[in-house]
Design a binder for this molecule. Sequence first.
Ligand SMILES: Nc1nc2c(ncn2[C@@H]2O[C@H](COP(=O)(O)OP(=O)(O)OP(=O)(O)O)[C@@H](O)[C@H]2O)c(=O)[nH]1
Ligand SMILES: [Mg+2]
Length: 222
Amino acid sequence: MSIMTGFVIIVIEQIGLFWKKINPHPFGIYGATQVGKTTLHHQLRTRGDVPIIKERTVGRERPLRKTIKIDGDTHTIKTSDVGGENLYWGDWIQDMRNRKVKYIIFMIDDRHLDKHIDIEQQLCWKFLVDAICSPYWDMINKKQKKKRHDFPIALGIWANKFDLWKDKYAYDDIQKHPIFDTFQDGMRRLNDRGIPTHKYVVSAKSESEMVYRGISTMIEDY
Ligand SMILES: Nc1nc2c(ncn2[C@@H]2O[C@H](COP(=O)(O)OP(=O)(O)OP(=O)(O)O)[C@@H](O)[C@H]2O)c(=O)[nH]1
Ligand SMILES: [Mg+2]
């Protein structure tokens, strides 16, 4: 290989890296209150152990870039932290629409297994799946028809706080863990719409590598 060819390859690589940096992948992170969305945002910004977050997020925060590096690969993503209390669920849809979100992470924890009467996660999951699958942005009045590129590329269900529930329930294969069972129907509906889904397990508070690997898998596999 001549020096010139080597030089051209390096320049192309640098342009690729620069392009990735100025074109962050728009990620939307949603899920019921207290599942760990703000914690995940902190983990994406500062690799390490995230302090306990006491405040609940109010409304939708300004979108910010985050650069993650894993196995020599670098990805830049952009996310906006949104509250999970039910009065903010409408903000999730605004966030998807305004920022043209391409990858969605729906975070859950084990509250529905721990306390069967707590169905908050199932309710907001149904709300989100209905909104994504709807051909209209305004579902009620059947107005503002979506275009093809308005649908996300992929959705990941991320079961968070693994450190707290890993020994609580019996399972053979983590992919078939009962924590995901109740969300299966919605995943099928998304698949029927042509949106692939994946299941993932994390401890956003303490395991930065799990978080970074999950993000890079979504970008690279879909
Ligand atoms: N043990 C453990 N606790 C976690 C983990 N992730 C989040 N938490 C805790 O769960 C609580 C809620 O986390 P937040 O990040 O504030 O949750 P949120 O989804 O942003 O909540 P809203 O803003 O109300 O929607 C906090 O006390 C976190 O410290 C985890 O991986 N392990
Ligand atoms: Mg929050």
